[in-house]
Ligand binder design. Structure first.
Ligand code: SF4
Length: 859
């Protein structure tokens, strides 16, 4: 396989590693084996999509099924899309490069409202018609799931069906129904009819809409409420430990362990808190099993205990206790991404401080206690200040606080309270106050469906802008206090679609036609496009309050929480009254669970299962007596360096497209998977001691690269290359290894040999070789090179020690870097400025033979 066969456009694409599909734990099957072919599409860039837990879970569940193959596809950045369009290459899956139109099912994750035009962008790149009415049985079923589907209406005309709620069980039931339908050669309509009976599946074409786009209230034989799907017990549900290890940095680049699902704290603005009820925790035994196998099979240096409210996990201290020894030993950071104030006691903070540290964030949401009561946040000023005091005392120097503006009943006094609270938080650092970096991050409140605030108005862009200006005036000092805010115009578009109906599908199409994609990225967001397709008056209208008896576009979606409960909570908000967490203080009868004297709102599922909270214990262990934690492995253990390992390796095929930065992470994780006893640097953020030879340009292969690894004890593996190769990625092959004394340094060689091979017609190849023959005989080869300091003349000939032309298609170049190193590709581009990057390969070699002058062959 040549480089260009890895992906036809790989040498042309920016960040080519994002199109390889050869990451550790990616699933490859035989395309012709009759699988039901799924594409799991994420309407955002690779680095965002690779961070999404839902995609990891579905990928794992589908692929462990022998009759199904699920692959990934992400939205390419606009520069890459332009290249694909120019070369008429449709968007395809990562693992097998199957065009999306050839799949059976294409499932999009709709995590938020600002990804809607990106869905159309991906369909367009795949040459799939947008509207479900334009697609017949020859097209894949286009489906969606994810948090934004609790109001699917703005996207309803584009999708054949939506999965509402937990997807683990539904996707298999759906897959098997489609397999059966295909075997029986059933029509698309017949298959959809059958799928409509699966709880959790919403098929838009089975529902009637009024002219305005609202779902008709009068039920027909086909119209009924769609229940969200609930997985009753997470311990019985598959969870991926072999998560794909991304190339390059994903936004959340770590092993994600979902410790619990659902939250019953009852924050009145929080959609996930209302729609993902009830709370279900995984058991400690299951979590330990997943953690151990997850770190073994991924090599991640960071681990995240994920849930909507991690600090509320009833056995967080016990979970830490069982996880700490391994994390200390291997310097794996533990991140707790959604911590509530007061949910991490000083004892646990101290434990976290013994690991690689991650940033600290807290979400008071409102500055004043009054407003925190309105939103049912349930945290006191005193608890917040105690929490930050403990954080600073345990060495944290950076803290981010999240707030919302525009909340119901908010006044300017509440806004001022945000600033006052930040000053008080800084004071909790005592004498270190000036060393702390505190950031207040402000977002505009967006009323969300299925919450007590679903009827409330949203601030328009102008009002939100005035509030931000007011805060900017306050936050001028002190210097170590920073104000950041989310663009209110972006939030207004989110607000429109969050409570919108199917009439908005037209606006999604028009905005896409005007170039809107990747709407949540500041560099791509253009508010004027939306003002044009929606008009400013329309935007204002969608942001207005709704009457409690209004016909809401999402009324046919049943998330289990009764509308009467939401209204009751709205009333309590106005009275600044709190509703306690039902986990610890009794059920508030929201309607989700099957209770002894009252049925669940999810009546169809209630017939077959108990829907109820599943907690490990009904009191949080972090509030009581602290259990003894394992002894802190002293720093000397992992900072120790007894010797080093010099590793020689080949970097070929797909691995040639990894950048040096990506390669460092690939190596660190590979060594962790292989259980090499790595030695770590000292400091706040210990790093393994790795050093490399000269960086190889992206797209250039090598037969001999070198890396030096610091070890804290002698290497325990007799044949270390064979051992490492078991854990490596395709194209990265270890060839030689030897141990050296601590203190050994890698030398940069003065001479390096490269093979340049043209993949052109014989006549064209001959023509390109003639240029090298001329260069070989010339005394000087002066070109202009752009540097940071401007254009510079440089003599490339002085760096050519030898040039050996090897007809019909190759040349061996020996570089002499004594006058200074330059990127070897610069020589090729200087001599062949118009040459397509796919028409040659460049390989660093050690043998000066013709056989070396061949395109690289990936494993
Ligand atoms: S029904 Fe009761 S126990 Fe269940 S989530 Fe709602 S309030 Fe909590």
């Amino acid at each position: 396989m040549t480089n260009t066969q890895v992906h036809p456009l790989l040498p042309l694409l920016p960040r080519p590693s994002h199109y390889l599909g050869t990451e550790v734990n990616a699933e490859t099957k035989e395309p012709d084996d009759g699988f039901l072919r799924w594409g799991l599409a994420f309407p955002d860039l690779y680095e965002v999509g690779m961070s999404h837990l839902g995609l990891k879970i579905l990928y794992h569940i589908l692929n462990r099924n022998s009759g199904i193959w699920a692959e990934r596809v992400f939205a390419p950045p606009p520069e890459a899309a332009e290249i694909m369009r120019a070369h008429q290459t449709p968007l395809s899956t990562l693992e097998s490069r199957t065009p999306l139109a050839d799949l059976d099912i294409l499932g999009f994750s709709l995590t938020h409202e600002l990804c809607y035009t990106t869905v159309l962008y991906m369909l367009d790149l795949a040459k799939i018609p947008f509207r479900s009415t334009q697609r017949d049985s020859t097209w894949p079923l286009i489906i969606a799931g994810g948090g934004a589907c609790v109001n699917p209406e703005p996207m309803a005309p584009f999708f054949d069906l939506f999965v509402i709620g937990d997807g683990e069980e539904v996707i298999l039931e759906l897959s098997h129904e489609i397999i059966r339908g295909k075997q029986n050669q059933a029509s698309r309509e017949d298959i959809l009819d059958k799928l409509g009976y699966i709880p959790g599946i919403y098929i838009p074409e089975h529902f009637h809409r009024s002219g305005s786009g609202h779902i008709a209230r009068s039920p027909t034989s086909e119209t009924r409420q769609v229940e969200k799907r609930v997985v009753a017990d997470l311990n019985q549900t598959p969870f991926p430990s072999r998560q794909i290890v991304p190339f390059g940095q994903a936004v959340h680049d770590r092993f994600t362990l979902e410790i619990a699902r659902g939250c019953t704290r009852g924050c009145r603005f929080c959609q996930a808190g209302m729609t993902m009820r009830p709370v279900r925790e995984r058991s400690l035994a299951r979590l330990d099993e997943l953690l151990q196998s997850g770190l073994d099979s991924t090599g991640f240096e960071e681990l995240s205990f994920l849930s909507l409210s991690t600090g509320d996990f009833s056995q967080l201290e016990a979970l830490f206790s069982q996880s700490l020894a391994r994390c200390q030993e291997e310097q794996v950071a533990i991140s707790l991404p959604s911590l509530r104030v007061g949910s991490l006691n000083p004892h646990l903070m101290h434990c976290m401080a013994t690991l690689r540290r991650t940033g600290a964030t807290l979400a008071p949401e409102a500055g004043s206690q009054r407003l925190r009561n309105v939103i049912n946040k349930g945290i006191s000023q005193q608890a917040l200040l105690e929490h930050t005091r403990d954080l600073f005392a345990n060495g944290w120097k950076r803290l981010k606080l999240y707030f919302m503006i525009g909340l119901p009943t908010e006044t300017y006094d509440d806004l001022h309270a945000i600033y006052d609270l930040c000053l008080q938080v800084l004071d909790t650092a005592g004498a270190d106050k000036k060393k702390i970096q505190l950031t207040a991050s402000i977002a505009l409140f967006v009323p969300k469906p299925h919450t007590p605030f679903q009827w409330e108005p949203q601030d328009d862009v102008q009002t939100a802008g005035q509030k931000i200006s007011f805060l900017q005036g306050l936050f001028r000092k002190p210097k170590n206090l920073t104000l950041r805010w989310h663009d209110p115009s972006m939030s207004s578009i989110e607000g429109v679609f969050s409570r919108g109906d199917s009439s908005l599908a037209r606006a999604v199409e028009e905005a896409y036609a005007q170039g809107d994609i990747l709407t949540s990225w500041h560099e791509h967001f253009d508010f004027s496009v939306w003002e044009e397709v929606l008009t400013p008056q329309d935007i204002q209208a969608w942001l207005k309050a709704r009457e409690p008896d209004a016909d809401l576009p999402w009324a046919h979606i049943n998330c289990g929480v009764r509308p009467s409960f939401l209204l009751q909570e709205r009333e309590k908000a106005r009275q600044e009254a709190m509703t306690p967490d039902c986990r610890y203080q009794g059920c508030s009868r929201c309607g989700v669970c099957t209770l002894p004297r009252e049925g669940s709102e999810l009546a169809r599922q209630e017939q077959t299962r108990a829907i109820r909270p599943v907690v490990n214990q009904y009191q949080r262990d972090q509030e009581g007596e602290h259990r003894p934690l394992p002894p802190d492995r002293s720093k000397e253990t992992w900072e120790q360096k007894t010797n080093s390992l010099v590793l020689e390796y080949e970097k070929k095929g797909p691995a040639a497209f990894l950048s040096q930065l990506e390669l460092q992470t690939v190596f660190e994780r590979l060594f962790r998977r292989a259980a090499l006893p790595l030695s770590f640097s000292r400091g706040f953020h210990p790093m393994p001691r790795l050093s490399f030879g000269r960086a190889l340009p992206v797209g250039v292969s090598s037969e001999e690269e070198t890396c030096l690894v610091g070890l804290r004890r002698p290497c325990p593996f007799p044949d270390v290359c064979a051992h490492l190769n078991q854990f490596s990625v395709p194209g990265l092959i270890f060839t030689r290894a030897h141990e050296v004394q601590s203190g050994y340094k890698l030398n940069q060689p003065r001479y390096e040999h490269y093979a340049l091979c043209f993949q052109l017609s014989p006549r064209q190849g001959e023509h390109e070789l003639e240029r090298w023959m001329e260069i070989a005989q010339a005394e000087k080869w002066t070109v202009v090179r752009q540097t940071k300091k401007g254009a510079r003349q440089v003599d490339l000939r002085s760096r050519l020690y030898a040039v050996e032309v090897q007809p019909p298609d190759g040349v061996i170049i020996t570089f002499d870097w004594d006058p200074g190193y330059l990127n070897p590709l610069f020589f090729v581009h200087s001599l062949h400025p118009d040459l397509d990057p796919r028409a040659f390969s460049l390989t660093k070699i050690i043998r000066l033979s013709v056989s070396a002058c061949r395109p690289p062959t990936p494993e």
